[in-house]
Design a protein around this ligand. Structure first.
Ligand SMILES: Cc1cc2nc3c(=O)[nH]c(=O)nc-3n(C[C@H](O)[C@H](O)[C@H](O)COP(=O)(O)OP(=O)(O)OC[C@H]3O[C@@H](n4cnc5c(N)ncnc54)[C@H](O)[C@@H]3O)c2cc1C
Length: 481
């Protein structure tokens, strides 16, 4: 459980139990789906379906920073000398932050919003010129930016600081906005498994065979459950990070992120008298390495955290794209995609909702082509061998080293030629077929979360094989006949 889940009850909705005809269908009830529904709420006949419960995906495990001082995307564009793109990207993020402030104020959402200083810091000489470039760029955009590090005791070599950024409680925000959408059609425990284009509409079929006939479909389910169109595996990789929340005595009202890879990121969170500091570290591509217990241990050790101060720890994954920019826009006629947030999806999701609204209403926006999934075709083609190799590597590693990849108490065996794996816990023995139905990668047992995780595309199953997170849509439970 992340710290955000504690004591926050998001409204619940029933499951879809009969066929429906809608104008717009939104698939996925995380930040992307909910912001889209909020933006499009005046639209007639719109519906959102969520495979599990609203906010149960990547969104509940974020660090909840609302900042444009982002290491990856903005820094990448500036470093590459793509200043016009950096300007547009910066503008989109500033708009996104303003939009949050507006929604929170207008809807009176109590989500522990705090204005804080954001720092981008480094411990290595080689990043100092990059920091300088980012600083000059921001100054050019009229931002008050200074050379500074958050605290002397952190011993960073250099850093820059901006003032007008925020942190908030992501699930309280989600709860607040969902409470304003109670009159909308929302269905939980409704997983879409197939989308077919039939003449001028889409038939979206749930795992129980119920069909939603939709004129327009917004795919906001983090990693799409279909391979075509777009075939995401050759355009993206998955990054996983580890977060620990500890009790502290003072809210220092700053957040920071380091330039180094893996980066360290931190923020404070105050709930009444209780103050916590969140520290994120050990980010890595899931294709090359997975061992949650070890990674949490290292985050704890490297940040000298005392066991007694730790309140909770959790991991999270997000999708990195070939050019560090999200994929937001039309995939094919009336089918829209929102994904690839590079760990900055709080703001990107509100930016996405605006873009999709403009597309649906056939309005012009400077962001439509900029974030379009169809952009930079040549670059995508050039990058695809890299992603193909990464996918191939994790596929082969997960097949040949499945047993050794993650030290654990799992027993692998074959029955009638079928690979099975059993794990024993206090409730008994749990048997699954440890192969991801999405693209047949071997699954890794995650001792900390008691889940089966796919190293290739981030699907996740519970100890009994039930799907917790896509792209997979099929369970891996094994029932002895
Ligand atoms: C470690 C970490 C820290 C982060 N910190 C920050 C931060 O500080 N600031 C920031 O801006 N961003 C941050 N992010 C990024 C941000 O959390 C994510 O980009 C964002 O939450 C993604 O939201 P989403 O709605 O796209 O995905 P999700 O929250 O995963 O929502 C997708 C939903 O779709 C549902 N679904 C899936 N398949 C189907 C289906 N077939 N049918 C129906 N429903 C389906 C899922 O159950 C899920 O609820 C962080 C990310 C990570 C990994």
């Amino acid at each position: 459980m992340s710290i955000w889940e504690q004591g926050v009850k998001i409204p619940s909705f029933s499951k879809l139990d009969k066929n429906k005809k809608v104008n717009v269908l939104i698939i996925g009830g995380g930040f992307s789906g909910i912001h889209s529904l909020y933006k499009l709420k005046e639209e007639k006949n719109i519906c959102l379906v969520e495979a599990n419960t609203l906010g149960c995906g990547v969104s509940k495990n974020t660090t909840g920073k609302l900042t444009y001082l982002q290491d990856s995307t903005l820094g990448y564009l500036i470093k590459k000398g793509k200043l016009n793109e950096a300007k547009l990207y910066f503008k989109s993020q500033m708009n996104g932050i303003q939009e949050y402030l507006k929604i929170i104020k207008e809807e009176k959402i109590n989500c522990n919003l705090e204005k804080v200083s954001s720092y981008l810091v480094t411990n290595q000489e080689k990043y100092i010129s990059d920091l300088e470039q980012i600083k000059e760029f921001l100054k050019g955009e009229g931002v008050l930016v200074k050379d500074a590090i958050p605290e002397k005791s952190l011993h960073f070599l250099a850093g820059i600081c901006v003032l007008n950024t925020y942190v908030f409680h992501p699930l309280k925000f989600l709860k607040g906005i969902i409470e304003k959408l109670l009159n909308q059609e929302i269905y939980e425990n409704t997983r879409i498994v197939t989308i077919n284009k039939i003449q001028d509409h889409y038939e979206c079929i749930t795992e129980e065979g119920i069909t939603i006939f939709a004129q327009k479909v917004i795919v906001a389910c983090h990693y799409p459950f279909f391979l075509f169109p777009y075939f995401l595996p050759i355009k993206t990789s998955i990054e996983k990070s580890y977060i620990i929340a500890k009790k502290v005595s003072e809210n220092l009202k700053y957040s920071y992120i380091t330039m180094e890879s893996p980066s360290i990121s931190s923020r404070f969170y105050q709930d009444g008298d209780q103050i916590y500091q969140l520290i994120l570290g050990k980010s890595h591509s899931t294709s090359v390495f997975q061992n949650d217990l070890q990674n949490f241990h290292e985050v704890k050790e490297e940040n000298q955290m005392e066991e007694e101060s730790i309140v909770c720890s959790w991991s999270n994954v997000d999708i990195k794209t070939f050019d560090h920019m999200p994929f937001i826009g039309e995939l094919k006629e009336n089918l829209y995609l929102i994904t690839g947030f590079e760990t900055w999806g709080m703001i990107q999701s509100v930016v996405s909702a605006n873009i999709i609204k403009d597309l649906i209403e056939k309005k012009h926006s400077e962001f439509i082509d900029f974030f379009s999934p169809k952009r930079a075709l040549i670059k995508k083609i050039i990058c695809s061998p890299f992603y193909l190799a990464l996918n191939g590597y994790s596929f082969l590693k997960s097949k040949f080293y499945q047993k050794d990849w993650y030290s654990s108490n799992v027993t692998f065996y074959r029955k009638n030629g079928k690979l099975l794996a059993s794990v024993q816990d206090e409730k008994g023995i749990h048997v699954v077929n440890p192969v991801c139905p999405h693209m047949k990668c071997g699954l890794i047992y995650n001792e900390k979360e008691k889940t089966w995780d796919c190293p290739c595309h981030s699907s996740k199953f519970d100890i009994d094989g039930k799907v917790l997170k896509g792209p997979t849509k099929i369970s891996i439970s094994f029932i002895e006949k």
